[in-house]
Every structure is written in C-alpha cells, then in structure tokens.
Design a protein around this ligand. Structure first.
Ligand code: SF4
Length: 690
C-alpha cells in the first residue's frame, strides 16, 4: 500500500492550451492523471480553469503518440534509432546548406514548446545553420497587433495584466471570443460585471457568449473595425472629451491625427460599417463616462489585410482617451496559444533576436556572435508566408517544422501542401502524426509539456515554470534535447544538460528579461517582462513614459484597406472562423482526449435561422462550402449566434479534409503577412437536407 501511495505525486504545471496561462497542480499515479487542482497562488487564474485545462490532458497517453523516430523510405515511414535519425538529418542539412546556401532552408518554431526550446530553435537556425529564416505561428495571429503596439506605444505586448482587465470600469472586446478562446479571462470579466458593475462593449460578427451579456453589442460589416474605431475617436475629440493633459505630456502627433480623422464622421462610419450613429455615440459616451478602459482584441481584428492598421487604430483610441499606463487600462491583444508570446520573445522571428533586438543592429549582432561563438547573418530572413512562396519558386529546398500543424493551420492549405510536396528535405518534429508530418522525410518525436521542464510566457508577458510530470513516452525526447543533439552532429556542442542552463544564457543576453532565472520563477512565482537584473518585473507597462527617444507615445496614422474577397454572385456568403470552447485550435490535441471528443465529436458550420429558411437547411443538414481555393463538406448548425449571410466554421476538426483553411486564401496583412483568414466569401451547396 505504501508503494502504491508513493507512486502518487503532485506536480506544478502550466496549461498547454491558451494564452491565459493558467497554472495548477496535476496529481498523477504512474502515467495516469488523477486530477488537476488549481491553487489560489496561481497568478493568472487562482482557482479557475476551463474544461481544457481541467480535463484536456489524456492526449499525452494516446496510442497515436509517435514513439520512435521515423524516416521515409518511398511511401512508407520506417522506425529508426535516434542515432540513425539524427545522423541522417544532420547529413541532409549539411548537404543542402553546402550546395544551395544557408538561406535555402527554413525553420518554424512552436508556440507549444517552451521558451528554452524556442530560443534553441532560433539559435540552431542562426548560429549553427547561418540563416535568419525562422518564424513561428504568431505570424498567423497576433503579429499585426504587435506591429500596432510597437508603432504607437513602443513594445509588442499586452500593456497590463489580467488583473487590470478585471479591475477596469469598461472593457471593450473587438473581434475576440474569450468565452471560448480564453475562458478563464471571460470568467474574470463576468465576475467583474457582477462585483463592481464593470461595463462591457463587444464588437463582433458573431453574438458570442460575452456579446450576449454585453451592455452594448456592435455588429460591424466584416473588415470595417478601423472605421468605427476612428469615428469614435473623432467624436470623442469633437466633444472635447479627449484627455488633453495626457496627450500634452505623453503623446506625439495629435494635430496630424485630428486632421486625418476629418472624414471619419458618424454618418460615414454608419454607412461603411453598418453600426448605427446612436451606437457609435453610445460607445464614445461610455468611454467618456469612466476612468479606466481596457480594449481586448484577437483574430477578428488581426486576420485581415489591414490587421496591423486596425490594431493601430485601437492603440490610437486608447492614447487620445489617456487609457494607457494606469491600473485598469490598456491594450490587450489576447494571445491564442499558451506560449506564442514566448516564441516571439525568444527570437523566433526573421528580424528579431531574443528580447526583440534586431538582427541588423551591429551592436546586437556582435553581442550574439561573441556569446554564441559563431557568425550570424544580418540580413532579415523569410517569414512563414515567404517560405511557402519561396518553395514554390524553387528557392527554398528544405524545412524544419517543430510542433506546428502548418499544413492545416496556414491559410490556403492546398497551396501550402503543394509547397511541402516540392521540398527536397522536410523535417517534422511533433508528438502526433499530423497532416504536416505526412509530407515529411524524417519525423522526430518530441514531447508534450507534461514530459519536460521549462517556462512558458502567457498573454500578460508573464513567465512561469512548468515541471516535468512524466518521463517521455517510448523513445520520444524533449525538443530541446533533439535540437542539442542535432547541433552536436553539425559540429557545435552546446553542452546543455537541463533547460535551466538554456534560460540562463538566453535571458542574460536580453535587456528585456535580464533578471529572469529559474530560482526567481520557482513554484508558482512568476515574472512579467521587462525584468531588470535585480529581478524587478513590470506588471504594468508605460507608467514612466514610452520607450521612444523623447519618452512619448505616437499617434500613428493608419491606412484603411477595403477587405478583399467580398461576397459576389458566385460566392455569396461571408465565412468567418474561430475556436470552440471544448477544442483547441485545429484539434490535434483535444480530439485525442476521449472525454472531450465524446462531448463534441465533430465540427459544424453555423448558419443563421434566416439563411437556413432561405436555403431549406436545418441542424444536421450536410452542405459543401466552396471558396475559390477549395471545398469542405460539413454539417449545419442553425443558430442565431450568426446573422444573415454570415457563416461561421470552427477551425477544429477531427477530419483533416474538413479544415477551414482549405477554403481560405493567400491574401495577407500588408505589413506583417498575417493571412487574411477572416476575409473570405464562399457559396453553400446543400448535399442533404437533414
Ligand atoms: Fe486556462 Fe486557457 Fe488552459 Fe483554459 S485553456 S485552463 S483558460 S490556460
């Protein structure tokens, strides 16, 4: 009995799903997960979790885990030893680099991997292989928000903490669905409403759960958020409600901004966005009548050709109303994945080294070259959009994708998969045989978060430790180990034996995270960057001005682009897409959790009651959704969450062929190349009425 009991253990971990970054104790017996127990001291969630954090872990024991390295032999994948897999991979990488140059290979890192592993992936690309062709999935989501924030406030992160969203007097949510995508944050907002009468405005195409509870629900025409946000800013200034003192002391560019705003009248905004003048006035009045406003946004804003510009318009509105740098205020682009913030923070981007230091800054380059003892390139690399295009052009010959389901998650899947077919050599590191893995030449089995030590950074810029719960299953290995072994075979012995050494090296190189150490993150302790050498962190940014030469923020003039692919005769419906509460992202993890799969076994397309009547479909009808780029078959769910000719297709699916990105295009945000996933017209063909 004693032995049995000693096999029961409790380990602190951080959730592997969304960017809220819930942490909790996980109780296990051998490889069995007994329960998830959140703790009061958990900084982002205290005693809350959502269904995924609480019940979404059984995928780690799935019989579908890849347990041994695999090498393609013709149409088959053959299990091999690690020695064989690593020697083969290193030899192919060396051969391609020597023949076609370092820039003929691209690297994609993972928001599911730890900060340490992300740091190593970019170090591998830059210092071992000699290219800046490194990117991560923030390109698919919040890079436009980062751009908007950087232009105006200076730093690419949420300006405050979840605590600030909770204590704010007014929360505005634009193009985000926290009730399903960031559930614990949504609980926080609902509680704030009850506890201190927090007001809520939701702007979205869909009447999602929080929209139903909002004091004001705005339903703009797709892709027109920049217009109504700017009209509200203009109305506030016209009423003399702007924060003159704050602007005078902390903001540049006011006169030019006011001049640019001239055409954004209420009439123009009403006509362009479909939001009534009265609702625009109500929005402005609500902002004016409180002392603290937070604006949260997500993919509904960023996944447009003007994603960066709309993000900028949000920041501008916060600046003219003085809602930055105080408790309860600020800008919150809600990060989707648990560690997408960290993947960017640790340098998995073609232009930025860790801490957002530029690769083309000679002083930065010299610093890294001396610590890494390697020459690194100064020309910015390819982002993931460019990588796909360069494969099609025959210029990128090989790719190394770590923990990213790029074949289904990048937009225009047929185009992306067509590129993968052309690759001469393709390394996929994953825990499951994903769609992407089907195109691989070598598959390296990595580990899920429960099988490794490390740190994650949540949407609040908060770094937290996760501790190893299980030993790796089968022959799977932590991703940092795989990268270290591969580097060794390419002639560079990093000598890491534990992720703590990696974090120490990485944070010491940056100004942003200089004082972050494992000791300072022990247990439930956490740090929000910037963290100075003494370990002092920054829950709230910009309390002492903005990181520009004169310490002032900038009102940046955004450029509006009309959405592409608007409905026409052939493709007469607008298709929106996003997440579901029970499933995460494309569903590779949650569909392998039997309890969750039983609850929500499949995907569906949401159709409005009026459209259902017009087309003669009902819940359960089978339809084919067709876009200019592909088609998927899916069942209908009739719901008033969507209106008129707007459809909604969740992005998760147990069947690869139903993935929404077979429909999406290659149009993208002009500045960051984030795909315009949300700008899409389709037609609906009815296959079976019930
Ligand atoms: Fe928390 Fe997000 Fe995990 Fe749910 S999915 S437990 S909200 S971190």
């Amino acid at each position: 009995a004693q032995m049995r009991e000693s096999r029961i253990k409790k380990t602190k971990t951080v959730c592997t799903y969304c960017g809220v970054g819930c942490s909790f104790d996980i109780w296990t017996k051998d490889r069995k997960i007994l329960k998830v127990e959140p703790q009061m001291e958990a900084p982002a969630n205290q005693v809350s979790t959502c269904v995924k954090g609480k019940f979404g872990w059984d995928f780690v024991n799935s019989t579908e885990r890849i347990l041994q390295p695999l090498i393609r032999k013709g149409r088959e994948f053959v299990p091999v030893t690690w020695e064989e897999a690593l020697d083969y991979t290193a030899a192919k990488l060396r051969e391609i680099k020597e023949r076609d140059g370092a820039d003929a290979i691209g690297y994609i890192s993972s928001s599911k991997c730890t900060n340490e592993e992300n740091y190593l992936m970019q170090k591998f690309a830059r210092a071992v292989m000699g290219t800046n062709n490194i990117d991560n999935c923030s390109r698919y989501c919040q890079t436009p928000a980062t751009e908007g924030l950087r232009r105006t406030f200076g730093l690419g992160g949420d300006t405050g903490s979840i605590e600030d969203i909770g204590s704010s007097e007014l929360v505005i949510i634009v193009g985000a669905n926290p009730a399903e995508s960031h559930p614990v944050l949504s609980t926080r907002i609902r509680r704030a409403h009850k506890k201190h009468g927090q007001k809520l405005i939701v702007a979205d195409l869909r009447k999602n759960d929080l929209a139903k509870r909002a004091d004001l629900f705005l339903h703009p025409k797709p892709g027109t958020d920049l217009i109504w946000l700017s009209a509200v800013a203009k109305y506030i200034i016209d009423q003399n409600w702007h924060d003159k003192e704050f602007i005078e002391a902390h903001v540049n560019g006011f006169e030019e901004f006011v001049n640019w705003l001239k055409p954004y009248t209420l009439e123009y905004a009403e006509q362009q966005t479909g939001i009534s003048k009265q609702q625009l006035i109500d929005t402005a009045t609500m902002i004016h009548s409180v002392h603290s406003v937070c604006i949260c946004w997500a993919m509904g804003v960023t996944q447009h050709i003007a994603g960066s510009e709309t993000s900028t318009a949000i920041c501008n509105l916060l600046l003219v109303t003085g809602n930055v740098g105080r408790r309860g205020t600020g800008a919150y682009p809600l990060r989707g994945h648990n560690n997408v913030q960290g993947a960017g923070d640790f340098g998995c981007a073609p232009l930025y080294l860790p801490g957002y230091e530029r690769v083309d800054d000679p002083a930065v380059k010299a610093k890294y070259e001396s610590v890494w003892n390697a020459k690194i390139p100064e020309n910015p690399g390819l982002d993931n959009h460019h990588m796909v295009e360069k494969i099609h052009e025959g210029k990128l010959k090989a790719m190394y994708v770590m923990g990213e389901e790029m074949a289904l998650v990048d937009s225009n899947s047929n185009h992306v998969q067509g590129a993968f077919e052309k690759l001469e050599f393709f390394i996929v590191q994953d825990i499951f045989f994903s769609k992407t893995a089907q195109f691989a030449d070598v598959i390296l089995p990595g580990c899920p978060s429960l099988e490794k030590d490390g740190t994650f950074t949540n949407t609040e810029r908060r770094m937290q430790r996760l501790y190893k719960v299980f030993e790796p299953l089968g022959e799977a290995k932590p991703d940092w180990w795989i990268l270290t072994e591969l580097a060794k075979r390419l002639g560079v012995d990093w000598g890491y034996e534990h992720p703590a050494q990696i974090l120490e090296e990485a944070t010491a190189l940056t100004e942003l995270m200089a004082g972050v150490t494992y000791e300072r993150l022990e247990g439930y302790k956490s740090l929000q960057w910037p963290v100075d050498k003494d370990g002092k962190d920054t829950p709230l940014l910009y309390t002492n001005g903005f990181p520009f030469s004169d310490g002032k923020a900038k009102l940046h003039i955004p450029v509006y682009h009309e959405p592409v692919l608007q409905p026409d005769e052939e493709y007469d419906l607008h298709l929106n897409n996003g997440r579901l509460l029970e499933h995460f992202h494309e569903g590779n993890l949650t569909y392998r959790v039997p309890g969750i799969r039983k609850k929500v076994p499949t995907t569906f397309v949401e159709v409005s009651p009026e459209l259902a009547r017009e087309r003669g479909v009902e819940t359960g009808s089978l339809v084919r959704i067709v876009s200019p780029y592909g088609a998927v078959k899916v069942r209908v769910e009739v719901t008033d969450r969507v209106q008129g000719k707007e459809l909604y297709l969740p992005m998760n699916t147990p069947k690869d062929e139903e993935a929404v990105n077979y429909l999406t295009s290659s149009y993208h945000d002009a500045i960051t190349h984030t795909p315009a996933y949300k700008e899409l017209s389709v037609r609906m063909e009815v296959l079976q009425k019930e």
